[in-house]
Design a protein around this ligand. Structure first.
Ligand SMILES: Cc1cc2nc3c(=O)[nH]c(=O)nc-3n(C[C@H](O)[C@H](O)[C@H](O)COP(=O)(O)O)c2cc1C
Length: 395
């Protein structure tokens, strides 16, 4: 039996196999941020296929941290019944579920949150909307830390097996970790220790309010690939050691922010993406996409080289590796040779929700996703996530 189908334990959470559904925004929530039947059905299908751990799309922890319009929230207790329904559906198939908690930071817009987006430092603009952002006050930082821990408490009350802090992709926690976004000189910035402080306090505060056996995971960047230096593998390695010291239970390694296209390497569907942008931004975006195309082209397991640098610092803390995992034999080799403990995928499951079942039954040797990224362009345009390889409907 392949190592990929052997169980693994994160803290006390026993996962049946090494496959993880990496968090994937569905664009299926309603205005209030509640989960819908459409969203639940998506995970019902994925759970039936026997993925070990499912992490649904990012859930916002605070109204000011809503990143996109059709995003589900975990910001009030009213969200708990809907989230519980989602958990129960997934559990029916013996699959574990972790809720990913996010604050959008500057990667949102005033149109969505009704106020100027918050960030560690002012000065930068959201590359998609060009919205300005505001430097957070001490009070706002403290309120945000509580928002994360309260969201984790709600996740526990909804029956989730774990929470995952979203510390990657240029959202708020990722911004705090990054020298590119975080230019503060106070104790929330100024050094790698300062930039790490918010993550450390979120973990500590969360641990106080969730059951002792419940794991806290985090997703961080190996590399921000921002226009000027942000998180690099060297900094991420330091963070990995500190995460271990503060008691993190597992780390997922990813990369990139909204400033580039490294998160989802592959094609850049510029025509479809430009439809999501205001008309005046399109000529500039077209040039930008052309410039980014060569550096963002698809590479199998594109976070692997950085993960090799970072993993030793994690010690026994399990690693989830995401980004360009496609071939079964390759993933198997990575787990067998201990490059990673679990393999995490997003786009392959959008195209083939039953992929793990097909792997298990020997009916597939690799994912058929071609990383065309039309799914990504679709959600940017508010369409529900699915495979749009044959094109998006007229927008
Ligand atoms: C449509 C779409 C939505 C995504 N939403 C999220 C999300 O909510 N949270 C997150 O951490 N990453 C998100 N990602 C990134 C994926 O989790 C993953 O890190 C990335 O797609 C690379 O993995 P892959 O090559 O297996 O797709 C999203 C990716 C796509 C394509």
């Amino acid at each position: 039996m392949s190592m990929l189908f052997s169980p693994v334990t994160i803290r006390t959470m026993e996962i049946e196999n090494r496959f993880v559904h990496s968090a994937t925004y569905e664009a299926m929530s309603n205005e209030k941020g509640e989960v819908t039947d459409e969203l639940i059905n998506r995970y019902k299908t994925l759970a039936k296929a026997g993925i070990g751990l499912i992490i649904p799309g990012y859930l916002y922890v605070h109204p000011a941290g809503r990143a996109v319009r059709k995003q589900a929230g975990i910001h009030t207790d009213e969200m708990i019944p809907g989230l519980r329904k989602l958990v129960e559906e997934v559990h029916q198939h013996g699959v574990k579920i972790a809720f990913q908690l996010v604050h959008g930071g500057m990667q949102t817009s005033k149109a969505i949150i009704g106020q100027t987006p918050l960030a560690p430092s002012s000065g930068l603009r959201n590359p998609m909307t060009f919205d300005k952002c505001k430097e957070m006050t001490q009070l706002e930082i403290e309120e945000t830390i509580q928002a994360f821990s309260q969201a984790a408490r709600r996740a526990a009350e909804a029956g989730a097996d774990a929470v995952q802090l979203h510390g990657a992709h240029g959202y708020l926690l990722s911004e705090f970790l990054s020298p590119f976004f975080n230019r503060r000189k106070d104790s929330w910035g100024g050094s790698d220790e300062g930039r790490f402080r918010i993550v450390k306090e979120v973990i500590q505060e969360t641990r106080k309010v969730i059951p002792d056996e419940m794991p806290i995971l985090i997703k961080i960047n190996t590399n921000d690939f921002t226009p000027k230096e942000g998180v690099t593998p060297k900094i991420a390695k330091k963070y990995a050691g500190w995460l271990r010291n503060v008691g993190i239970d597992a780390v997922e390694l990813s990369c990139g922010t909204f400033f580039t296209f490294h998160v989802v390497r592959g094609e850049i569907p510029s025509k479809e993406l430009m439809k999501a942008l205001p008309a005046w931004m399109r000529p500039l975006a077209k040039l930008q996409f052309r410039k980014l195309r060569p550096q963002c082209s698809f590479v199998e397991a594109y976070n692997l080289a950085a993960a090799e640098i970072i993993k030793p610092e994690l010690g026994e803390v399990p690693l989830l590796l995401v980004g360009g995992m496609r071939r079964l034999s390759h993933m198997e080799g990575l787990v067998e040779r201990k490059y990673t403990d679990l393999v995490s995928m997003s786009r392959p499951f959008i195209r083939e929700p039953l992929l793990v079942k097909r792997f298990r039954e020997g009916k597939a040797e690799q994912a058929s996703c071609i990383s065309c990224n039309k799914c990504f362009a679709a959600i940017a345009n508010g369409l529900p996530v699915r495979c749009y390889v044959d094109g998006l409907p007229p927008l």
